[in-house]
Design a protein around this ligand. Sequence first.
Ligand SMILES: [Zn+2]
Length: 105
Amino acid sequence: MGVYCMQCGTALPTGALFCSNCDTAVHAAPSGAPTPLSRPLAGRQIAGVCAALARSYGWDIAAVRVIAVVITVLSSGLMGIAYLAAWIGIPADAPGAPGVYPPGV
Ligand SMILES: [Zn+2]
């Protein structure tokens, strides 16, 4: 699986740092294992689905929650069903696991 330039869509060799077509810096995948998707025990509002997404993808948790609420309203509750599915589908952290989110709370 190759890398594609975010600017012009040119297919690039894996590991490329700059696009050979437009010289845009390619956003390389972060090295190291991604944070596994699991629901934190701390920092939850409902079931920790937003916190899980924010932690796993490095998003701002407040932004994730605001977007989730907006989508819930706009989708007439369909997002609520997706939330329930994520609640069921995303495992919770093991009790006592390190790395609670957000840190310091
Ligand atoms: Zn390009």
